[in-house]
Design a protein around this ligand. Structure first.
Ligand code: SF4
Length: 391
């Protein structure tokens, strides 16, 4: 991405995110900043973007590494704290740049340690971010869009429609915020792009944010610990395979096109067979495995015959299956499968040689299913908003 003309940053307004419409005779963002037109939010610049930013200030490339460390590892928001930068550079930065993350509107903490934050973004949009601690790991679930256009029938966010893509700063800002809020004693070891929105429909911004997640001078997560979850945008899966080496999760949820068309309507455009071919291509050269997410819906997709069909479908795909007990939300048209049905489904998959895990229900005492918190606050305040999430 170029920080001069940042096509990957979505623009909702000229704001703290540093976004401004390019003029007819384009000014660089630094020139804009100098003219008092915009301030660059350094949170949204990856290594390449920061290198170009500092080059325009007449600074050496190593300043990018210094800035990455201060912003993402130290959580700095004040340039005066950046003690290895000269006073002159710090003063210059305070004139043309800023470090602005999302604002926490509400925090919920479950007795099981799950944290959920409702975040306020520029232009008044709100999204959710969830942290799930487990033995030896801590996973942050990050949103990529405000709302979602894909209209999956089991998803609470889908009901609220699509509003806009998140910028790089707004995506990485969720990790930046969570790291600061949780502190050193609660490390974030894994990130999943599995919150509100379809990440592959916000491709460039999501890829730039994932690069920051994996940059050793920022969060230093390995590619196995950064997972992108998609409802099945086939061309974008192929594009992702070419440019980013991260783990892939696919919201499958059905074993035949008739059922999947109802649950995941994008299936009408990219049916199961095409989706699985794309998954095979994704793992072909890179010793990857695809995780198939399968939400357990009573009487819809949870029969023994469907378990056997799933085992047959995935027989040629290096993969594992994650069974997700449905977390109902008000007005949901589905019920969660019984424990017996889930046990039986899992057993059939395992007997067929598949790795099949079952997601533990977390945050039962808070609004843990994605979209619930925004929906609840929205109802209470009667303010327009959007929500959602992958199961
Ligand atoms: S499940 Fe994911 S892709 Fe489907 S509507 Fe919800 S957020 Fe969008």
């Amino acid at each position: 991405m170029s920080w001069l003309y940042p096509s990957v940053e979505n623009r909702c307004c000229t704001s703290a995110l540093g976004d401004a419409n390019p003029p007819a005779a384009p000014l660089s963002r630094l020139e804009e900043a100098s003219a008092g037109l915009a301030v660059v939010n350094l949170l949204g610049l990856d290594r390449d973007g920061l290198t170009r930013f500092f080059a325009d200030l007449g600074e050496k490339p190593f300043r990018a590494s210094q800035a990455l460390k201060w912003i993402h590892q130290q959580g700095a928001v004040d340039f005066d704290d950046m003690s290895n930068l000269s006073k002159t550079l710090r003063r210059r930065l305070s004139e043309c740049a800023e470090i602005t993350g999302p604002k926490i509107v509400l925090t919920q903490r479950s007795v099981d340690g799950t944290h959920k934050w409702l975040l306020q973004l520029a232009c008044g949009n709100r999204v959710e971010t969830v942290f799930i601690p487990e033995e030896g790991r801590g996973t942050l679930c990050v949103s990529s869009q405000v709302g979602c256009a894909l209209n999956c029938s089991f998803c609470s966010t889908a009901r609220q429609g699509f509003n806009r893509n998140l910028s790089v700063a707004e995506i990485i800002g969720q990790l930046w915020m969570a790291k600061r809020a949780l502190g050193e004693k609660t490390p974030i070891t894994n990130v999943v792009l599995m919150g509100m929105g379809e990440p592959l429909l916000n491709f460039d911004n999501v890829v730039a944010a994932m690069k920051l997640m994996m940059d050793d001078f920022a969060y230093g997560l390995s590619k196995r610990r950064v997972t992108l979850s998609t409802a099945g945008m086939v061309p974008a899966i192929d594009r992702l395979a070419r440019i980013a080496d991260v783990s892939l999760a696919v919201s499958l949820h059905a074993t035949d096109d008739a059922v999947r068309n109802e649950l995941v309507p994008i299936n009408r455009k990219y049916p199961i067979d095409e989706l699985l071919q794309a998954c095979k291509r994704y793992v072909a050269d890179a010793r990857r495995k695809v995780t198939f997410e399968y939400v357990m819906l009573d009487g819809i997709n949870d029969s023994p015959a469907q378990a056997k069909a799933l085992a047959r479908l995935l027989s040629g795909v290096p993969s594992k299956v994650n069974l997700i007990p449905f977390n109902p939300f008000p007005g949901a048209p589905y019920r969660c499968s019984s424990t017996t049905a889930i046990d039986r489904f899992q057993e059939i998959l395992q007997r067929a040689g598949l790795v099949a895990t079952r997601r533990k229900t977390r945050g039962d005492d808070i609004d843990a299913a994605c979209g619930q918190l925004v929906g609840r606050v929205q109802t209470r305040t009667r303010r327009p908003n959007t929500t959602d999430v992958h199961a």
